[in-house]
Design a protein around this ligand. Structure first.
Ligand code: NAD
Ligand code: LMR
Length: 337
């Protein structure tokens, strides 16, 4: 936009900024794809001490892009500095899984990171901060961060299911021989894991409800498992976990959350308020509307027997993950909801 149209700058912090996803993410944020082409930003990159050398290279590259919206870039291995006054924090920094691992196998090594980062956000971030958790296992890491950030409203902290939603939209479009833009109301329920439920019960193609036309065998035995296992399929092929598509999901999620997305149904892992029989205070993916600056859960959708059993299975897994990180949750953490 014109110089005169520019908004006051906002501060965006990214952890793991020198990693695979971080490297994809920071250029897209700095070019204005996340917060809009009239939104100047200050970018704060956070890494581990060992990651600082590579991060210096990333900062050089950001400088070398001469992005008009990028007012400043900083690099640090101190979370209290990195999150200071952050309006947005994207928590990517964590170990990825390798072949043969489930995402929950990362709990032991990664969840501690999110307890520390929750405490830092609580102390130094903007009181309005929007936090997106990408590092796995993302849902339970979001719970750990939020539980350790009692002064930040739990709903300001969301975890990413947008990559799963994007995967599901494309697989449906391929099956229906339509454009991805013609697919609506695909839902991801539950955990970003192999128990997630990619749900086509409400899906529209070219505005038409297509559930009655969906081949049941394809739906249950091809579509659902493909989405559930897509991350592993990418790891197997690339020898490393998804990065460009993960960064893209994070951009989509934050852009729609912040700038609004009209009447689109968007799946986000948000703290459960007890709706759909999901225990309060689990970060469980549900369909949401984004009117701008925040999300609203889409409530009271009819749930058939098959959907109910799928939603229950992923709920149980999130309970097990929560119980595995009890030691990182303050005793009275449920009052954050
Ligand atoms: P990566 O190893 O390439 O990069 C991670 C970076 O984070 C590294 O540079 C590392 O130094 C840094 N890091 C580690 N601990 C940190 C900490 N405490 N503070 C700051 N930085 C830290 O991994 P990646 O491929 O970029 O993946 C990052 C995470 O995202 C993994 O946990 C991966 O499983 C997850 N992921 C999630 C989704 C999703 O849909 N939610 C999709 C893809 C990947
Ligand atoms: C993905 O879904 O691609 C990521 O969560 C990485 C992984 O471990 O599958």
């Amino acid at each position: 936009g014109k110089l005169s149209d520019l908004l006051p700058p906002l501060r965006v912090a990214v952890t793991g900024a020198a990693g695979q996803i971080g490297y994809q993410l920071v250029t897209r944020i700095a070019s204005g794809e996340m917060l809009g082409k009239n939104q100047p930003i200050h970018l704060s990159c956070i890494e581990t001490p060992q990651g600082m050398k590579a991060l210096r290279g990333v900062v050089m590259e950001l400088e070398d892009c001469a992005f008009p919206l990028l007012k400043s870039v900083s690099a640090t291995d101190q979370v209290d500095k990195g999150f200071a006054d952050a309006d947005f924090a994207i928590l990517v920094g964590a170990k990825p899984r390798g072949p043969g691992m489930e995402r929950r196998d990362l709990l032991a090594s990664n969840a501690q990171i999110f307890a520390e980062q929750g405490r830092a956000l609580n102390k130094v971030a903007s009181r309005e901060v929007r936090v997106l958790v990408v590092g796995n296992p993302a849902n339970t890491n979001a719970l750990v961060a939020a539980a350790n950030a009692p002064d930040i409203w739990a709903e300001q902290i969301t975890a990413m299911s947008r990559l799963d939603q994007n995967r599901a939209i494309t697989q449906l479009a391929l099956k229906m021989h339509c454009d991805v833009a013609e697919v609506e109301r695909v839902i991801i329920w539950g955990n970003h894991s192999t128990t997630q439920y990619p749900d086509l019960s409400h899906a529209l193609v070219r505005g038409e409800w297509i559930r009655p036309r969906i081949d049941e065998d394809w739906y249950r035995n091809e579509f659902i498992p493909r989405i559930q296992k897509r991350g592993a399929e990418v790891i197997e092929a690339r020898g490393a976990s998804s990065a460009a598509s993960a960064a893209n999901g994070a951009i989509d999620h934050m852009r729609d959350l912040w700038l609004g997305a009209g009447n689109k149904w968007l799946s986000m892992s948000v703290p459960s308020d007890g709706s759909y029989g999901i225990d309060a205070c689990l970060w469980y993916s549900v369909p949401c509307l984004c009117p701008g600056a925040h999300f609203r859960r889409i409530l009271e959708l009819p749930v058939d027997e098959f959907s109910a059993s799928m939603m229950e299975r992923t709920r149980k897994e999130l309970i097990e993950e929560r119980d595995a990180v009890r030691h990182l949750l303050p005793r009275d953490y449920e009052r954050i909801i």
